[in-house]
Design a protein around this ligand. Sequence first.
Ligand code: RVP
Length: 498
Amino acid sequence: MPKKIHLEPSRTLMEFRLLPGLTTEQTLIHNISLRTPMAYQEEEDSKYYLNIPIVAAAMQSVSGVKMAIELAKLGGTAFIYCSQPIESQAEMIRQIKRYKAGFVPPETVSPDMLIRDLYELTRQRGYNTFPVVDEQKHLLGIITKNDYDVKPHGDLTVKERMIPRKELTVGVNIDNIKQANTLLRETHQSVLPIVDEQDRLLFLVFRKDIRNHLDNPHEILDEHKRYFASAAINTHDYMERVPALVEAGVDFLAIDSSDGHSVFQQKTLEWVREHYPHIPVMGGNIITEDGFDFLVEHGARAVKVGMGSGSICITQEQKGTGRGLATAIIKVAEARDRYFKKSGRYIPIVADGGIVNSKDIVIALALGADYVMMGRYFARMDESPTEKVTIHNRVMKPYWGEGSARAREWKEARYHQLIFVEGVEGFVQYAGKLRDNLPETLAKIKAAMSSVGAANIRELHEKAELEVVSALSIREGKAHDIYLPGSENDYTAIDWGN
Ligand code: RVP
């Protein structure tokens, strides 16, 4: 006899609809917050919050540097895939961290440096503005390429050509781009140094970066005002991969596996907790309460839920393992709430695989997910790492699973494992820029929350009332019994009678 047989069929997100609750002024769309915890933290740290409940999957055809930067600007995060050599993944993290996020941790020069050497440094680094500090980091001045000419000034020192501190406007302990903008606007400087109360230099804010930042009020930054960076790891080479990623500046790790309920994840979680306790790790994927309890017991600070439901995933077909994503979320959310009651530790859960659009996102959140991970959604965007192709007169982008032969080529060379595939390779319809698509998705999520009467995701968990719908009721929910010119709906199936 099997250990247990569940005779109730498992449910997919498509089978649920939300019932409306009381909408109030507080739950009008412009008052709704989509902020949500990314990972459990011992001490509150605003760094580990998403401003939108959406992250991009750790996949070769989804999450490269461009996607990671753009999504961080828009309030989410993209997990840089680990199906690549350690050094190239670490380099991607470095590129995200080097990208200017408004407050730049500056490279400084000493007042006694020769202009000739400064010129050389400028050429090596590719930037022209250097703050000048003493050994205790006190700001002494700023020097830019406008302040010297290497031929006549080569033998002079930096302090002889710099703009001295007394002539500079600075911001004291400012960490808000709007405040920096207000100060900079009144000066003729192209850069605003930010100092602490002792006049020690903290950051530079460049005038040209400010516009960019005012356009991104939801961006996710680390404590050095660089973009937040997430990466996937595996249970094979974590002892080498994690140190390289941490060195590169990674903020959040996720163990990438279609079946995370394993002693290999336990070992990985425990090792990272011992060596890098400040870096949270997401465990997964799991679909049972036992899976959740196991990962959390061994140190997972977020847990990813879903098996076999992804658009490119054939795990269920190949191995017979899996569960409808809705049922998986319901069960794991129960385990999460039980654990929270018992321990006071709230471990966010992430719904992953087969989430197609805003309607699916809303149902996943209402069932208890704290945020969702998507692959297909992001693969369609300009920022995914693939090139556009035209097929049947439609512009498309390639999209392939991490378990497909194409993605596993890299792994096979290392682990010689390819006996069968768990993913397919295909195309998705090109959608344009992420920035042009995301607002509509978020507006629909907020509109649903407004109907439920939930001002934030926590309230959505508490107030949502859902119902399973029949196949006919799903049909009723679409446009029907009307001929839609240009659409592929079936003209002959329309009831033209009274
Ligand atoms: P989707 O958003 O439906 O495209 O699903 C993406 C998810 O599918 C990923 O986050 C991952 O969990 C899963 N995946 C990725 N590759 C494969 C595979 O090859 N089977 N599955």
